[in-house]
Design a protein around this ligand. Structure first.
Ligand code: PMP
Length: 413
């Protein structure tokens, strides 16, 4: 039962916030603070955060927060002056990417990054056609919403979508070729294929590594670009490197990144091949008031430093494969779990139905563990904790899921 304080928040929310917003869980959580992998509600109850990918180095990481506040006191300005932080951050980011990817543009959100990528792709190719997966999500601007069928919006004009079943990722390349053919039949010139390289809203499709390669070859053959949307898998989440596309042995023309980049502070970016942004830059200037501001760039640098110093990518690999293995064991004894997919600390557990996934996520919340749901039918549990998630945290998560499954099966008897 919600407390009177929660009821008050709910009614104020309804009164003053747009009805476009959605809360998580049948019993929404009123969080008042967070630290590391824990979130705390107004009564001091703690919840294990196995959902939030933004606070990648943990909620309120002291080093990140110190650097943020120190810089905020010293200077916060934009990219029209000579400042060190954006350059340092750009250099650090470029050093994590294949050498072809050389030029950075900062934005504030992943949506802005993808929106800019769309503009650049159109300018570079003189094309207008885009290819997306059928349940893709790429952002909130008009151009990126048109590439985001997962938000319940119809595909925009000249946007071609294709479905790929988690059980058949090998079909990925041929689906993209079919899209290109449809595009050509409609006399639309291809601009780009844009893919979230962990396919999160498509239900988390991660294996076999390499399945994107044929699709990238196809779009290149047709004169289009490949945009790797790294907003979800970027910054080490796969445990196999900094970026999701690296698992597929491909080199994107444009990489977009966001969410974890600022550990909760709004900073995002795109990185392009040198020749790709040329046409766009020759005709247009791009000035984003807050994109590349000094404070955000210091935060971005702090996040990168922590990822490196705490050896988080190796940590993700180890804890992620432990969770995955334990989830597989759990799935063997519970028919409600029908598939386990994912890599590193991005795991999708397919359940027998959307109702089951919803029930399990709600029950986990009651047990003090926060997870979500995803996939075309919202039938997949989304487990995507901060990267500092430890093995002991994993055990708490697995214990809670096991209890939730037991309770769910007792209820259905
Ligand atoms: N791309 C992907 C794959 C995303 O998951 C999201 C956010 N969920 C975005 C882009 C948009 O990022 P933002 O919400 O920062 O605009």
């Amino acid at each position: 039962m919600p407390s009177s304080r929660e009821l008050d928040l709910l009614s104020r929310r309804e009164r003053v916030l747009s009805s476009t917003y959605r809360l998580f869980y049948d019993e929404p959580v009123h969080v008042v603070r967070a630290e590391g992998v824990w979130m705390f509600d107004a009564d001091g109850r703690r919840y294990l955060d196995a959902y939030n990918n933004v606070p990648v180095v943990g909620h309120g990481h002291p080093y990140v927060v110190d650097r943020l506040s120190r810089q905020a006191r010293l200077l916060n300005t934009h990219t029209r002056y000579l400042t060190d932080a954006p350059l340092e951050l750009a250099e650090r980011l470029i050093a994590t990417l294949p050498q072809e990817l050389r030029h950075v543009t900062f934005t504030c959100t992943g949506s802005e990054a993808n929106d800019l990528a769309v503009r650049i792709a159109k300018a570079a190719t003189a094309g207008t056609g885009f290819i997306v997966t059928k349940y893709a999500y790429h952002g909130t601007t008009e151009a990126t919403a048109a590439l985001s069928p997962a938000s319940g919006i119809a595909l925009g004009p000249n946007v071609f979508g294709f479905e790929v079943a988690p059980s058949n990722p090998a079909a990925f390349g041929s689906r993209v070729r079919e899209c290109i053919e449809s595009m050509q039949r409609a006399a639309v010139r291809p601009a780009a294929l844009i893919i979230d390289t962990i396919l999160s809203s498509d239900g988390v499709i991660s294996h076999p590594a390499g399945f994107l390669a044929e699709a990238v070859e196809a779009i290149h053959d047709a004169g289009g670009l490949f945009i790797a949307d790294e907003v979800q898998p970027g910054f080490g989440r796969t445990g196999e490197g900094m970026w999701g596309f690296q698992r597929h042995g491909v080199i994107p023309d444009i990489v977009t990144m966001g969410k974890p980049m600022g550990n909760g502070h709004p900073i995002a970016a795109i990185v392009t091949r040198a020749e790709v942004a040329k046409e766009f830059a020759s005709r247009t200037q791009y000035f984003n008031t807050y994109g590349g501001n000094t404070v955000s760039c210091e935060v971005g640098l702090a996040v990168l430093e922590v990822i490196e110093r705490e050896d988080l990518i190796a940590h993700v690999r180890e804890v992620g494969s432990y969770i995955e293995q334990k989830l597989r064991e759990l799935a063997e004894s519970h028919s409600a779990l029908t598939d386990v997919r994912g890599i590193g600390l991005f795991i999708g557990v397919q359940t027998e139905s959307p109702a089951t996934a919803k029930r399990l996520a709600n029950q986990m919340r009651r047990l003090g563990v926060l997870i979500g749901t995803t996939g075309p039918r919202s039938d997949t549990l989304k487990i995507r904790p901060p990267l500092i998630f430890a093995r002991a945290d994993a055990d708490l998560l697995l214990q809670a899921l096991s209890t939730a499954l037991r309770e769910a099966s007792q209820r259905s008897i």
